[in-house]
Design a protein around this ligand. Structure first.
Ligand code: PEP
Ligand code: MN
Length: 647
């Protein structure tokens, strides 16, 4: 049975609840889940649940039907999001952990960390203590290996996870690792679980090869009852009669766990399948089934690996897997987390003349990047993903000042939205591109928009009477707002500005619709997360920079990668076949169109501009030829830039 306590319960009332339960024969444990304080009561005691529910400070009593109470969804309806360093696991994101099976040397872990990070992994894995089936197999480098791992994690900005095999070593390892892994063979080593759960670190709990889902959740319960709230479950295949694969990946465990428990669940396809060539397929199946992430074995030279070489991916295979996971994530309403790459700014062609610009140059790291809005704005989120969380920023009030800041050099780049998947193109920014021919698009990124209802600490949903947001925020949360017809809607220029206004006014009866980051930035509380009607809500941001000749700096995450896409804006003569003639030029050269939109030209009734996004062919000469030919067929022609996805 679980007793959920009210937020502001007094020490006295809490003590009364404890005494009430103890007197009736229950063993009790107290636990916090984010905002909620919970008392778990177990044993043969008998209680009148209604009477217990009426005690002062008791919000709700849940008579859980499951033996794993703290891990149960009945105790906590929302998904738990586990923080490991600055990386989140759970909720609407896919988190990928990658690295070798074992730490073999300082060079090996550094090299692997560099390559998995380059492909976008956000956490580093690697065993320093290896529980091997054979006593003669490589047992790991122990503490020395962990020190190498810590150094690699720090060097590449990735929190680390490593296996702990005994309660004694857990204590020694505590300050060196960001997360403990409990291996499959130790899933029911209860002394180890109790110790690992008490050290205040997140724990990745692998499923035992012969453990039922209930046994696995009871092991998670040990961890939670020992004091940690940060437990991530990891399905890694179970022992079945099948011997072709190393284990049998229990895909159905993922949706089962999702309904039984609030804890995040990730999948280890490497140990499940055991055969390199089959690992990626299993990984994608896991994401499709609702897993919150993956932990994947990758080795720079798997043939030389000291353990699990046959199931370790080559770096190129991992790169391909990450791209596939990125493409699949929106299908299941999630977004792949990616580590921003280190700060170096390359200068790249935004051409016509792309071919000549392939010799990337670099300029000043740490130069500020401009965005419009208050801190916590979606544009700032996009900026942080492309340039890193600690990138220097220039905040402006409106999009034009972003273009101005980039043009006059007070910002080295800017981030502006150009399109939302529900609301369409942001015409204001397209217009600005035409007015600022010296500004080019140098990168793009798509951000999933998750709207939250945000208010003061003291507010709750019933005390709210006014809602502030950008009109798009209202439009995108229509179904939720329709359930509260009495609320008054006040439009603001920007969602994060609406959040800031609550703090400025000290308002308690006002809530804002904006992203979770805006709540964090302004010290407010999220009353409800994910209130947008359609969860497939994405905004496409572009990164802009000033052209110098036919070049412009590109965002750090791109290094010297070649552009894959270009954006054009043109108008055509008012005569039959004029648009067709342009499209034909592209079609004949095998250039794919990913966007074609027309919009009226301001001040010229019945004349239209076309917004066109095209794929870049391999040959720069072919592309330059296409641009030259298009210019002869169009009336007005603007080349906004050649670029690729920045994250
Ligand atoms: C590992 O992750 O390297 C490992 C030993 O996994 P498992 O405990 O799932 O076998
Ligand atoms: Mn392994």
């Amino acid at each position: 049975m679980i007793v959920v306590l009210s937020k502001g319960i007094s020490g006295h009332d809490k003590e009364m609840v404890r005494i009430y339960l103890k007197d009736r024969g229950f063993a009790i444990r107290e636990q916090r889940f984010g905002e909620d304080a919970i008392i778990g009561a177990s044993g043969k005691g008998v209680v009148d649940v209604r009477e217990l529910g009426l005690l002062p400070g008791v919000e709700r009593v849940a008579a859980t039907s499951k033996p794993f109470e703290l891990a149960s969804r009945e105790t906590r309806a929302e998904d738990t999001i586990v923080m490991v360093g600055n990386v989140k696991i759970g909720g609407s994101r896919i988190t990928v952990i990658a690295g070798p099976c074992a730490v073999e040397s300082e060079d090996q872990i550094m090299e692997t960390a560099a390559c998995v990070r380059e492909s976008g992994a956000v956490m580093l894995r690697g065993g320093a203590y290896k529980p091997r089936t054979s006593p003669y197999a490589f047992q790991g480098l122990g503490m020395r290996g962990l020190e190498f791992m810590k150094a690699a994690g720090e060097q590449y900005g990735m929190p680390i996870v490593t296996e702990v095999v005994s309660p004694e070593t857990a204590v020694q390892m505590k300050d060196l690792t960001d997360m403990f892994q409990i291996g499959a063979r130790n899933m029911q080593n209860f002394e180890l679980l109790k110790k690992a759960g008490s050290l205040g670190k997140p724990v990745l709990l692998k499923r035992g090869p012969s453990a039922t889902i209930e046994e696995w959740l009871l092991s998670a319960e040990y961890l939670l009852a020992s004091g940690t709230r940060d437990v991530v479950l990891c399905e890694r295949g179970i022992r079945t009669f099948e011997t072709y694969t190393r284990n049998t990946l229990d895909i159905s465990a993922i949706p089962v766990i999702k309904s039984l428990s609030h804890l995040p669940v990730i999948v280890d396809p490497s140990h499940a399948v055991g055969i390199r060539a089959k690992v990626s397929a299993a990984a994608l199946a896991a994401i499709a089934a609702g897993a919150d992430g993956l932990t994947v074995e990758v080795h720079p030279r798997p043939d030389e690996a000291l353990s699990d070489g046959p199931q370790s991916l080559y770096p190129e295979q991992f790169e391909k897997l990450m791209r596939d996971v990125e493409a699949l994530s929106p299908v299941v309403g999630k977004e792949l987390l990616r580590t921003p790459r280190p700060h170096h700014h390359a200068v790249f062609g935004t051409g016509p003349g792309i071919g000549a610009a392939a010799d990337a140059a670099f300029f000043d790291a740490g130069a500020p990047v401009a965005f419009s809005g208050e801190s916590g704005a979606y544009a700032e989120q996009a900026l942080m993903r492309a340039f890193g969380d600690d990138a220097a920023r220039v905040q402006t009030d409106g999009f034009k000042p972003v273009f101005d800041a980039v043009l006059d050099g007070s910002a080295s780049a800017g981030v502006v939205p150009v399109e939302n998947s529900l609301a369409g193109s942001v015409h204001e920014n397209y217009d600005l591109f035409l007015r600022y021919p010296d500004i080019a698009i140098v990168g793009e990124l798509k951000l999933r928009i998750v709207h939250c209802l945000i208010a003061d600490e003291r507010a709750d949903i019933d005390s709210i009477s006014v809602i502030r947001s950008h009109p798009q925020g209202f439009a995108q949360c229509r179904e939720f707002l329709d359930k509260h017809p009495a609320w008054i809607l006040e439009p603001y220029n920007n969602t994060a500005t609406a959040v800031a206004s609550i703090v400025r006014d000290g308002a308690v009866k006002v809530a804002a619709i904006a992203g979770e980051a805006a709540a964090r930035a302004h010290g407010l509380r999220v009353l409800k997360e994910g209130i947008e009607t359609n969860p497939l809500n994405y905004t496409r941001f572009v990164i802009i920079a000033r052209r110098v000749g036919d070049k412009a700096p590109v965002p750090p995450s791109l290094g010297s990668l070649k552009p894959t896409k270009a954006s054009l804006v043109f108008s055509v003569p008012d005569e039959p076949g004029s648009l067709f003639a342009c499209l034909k030029i592209m079609s004949e050269r095998g250039i794919n169109l990913s966007k074609l939109e027309s919009r009226p030209i301001q001040g010229k009734p019945w004349e239209y501009l076309f917004y066109v996004d095209v794929s870049m062919p391999d040959s720069a000469e072919v592309f330059d030829g296409v641009i030259a030919e298009l210019k002869t067929k169009t009336r007005e022609f603007h080349f906004l830039g050649a670029y690729r996805a920045a994250v």
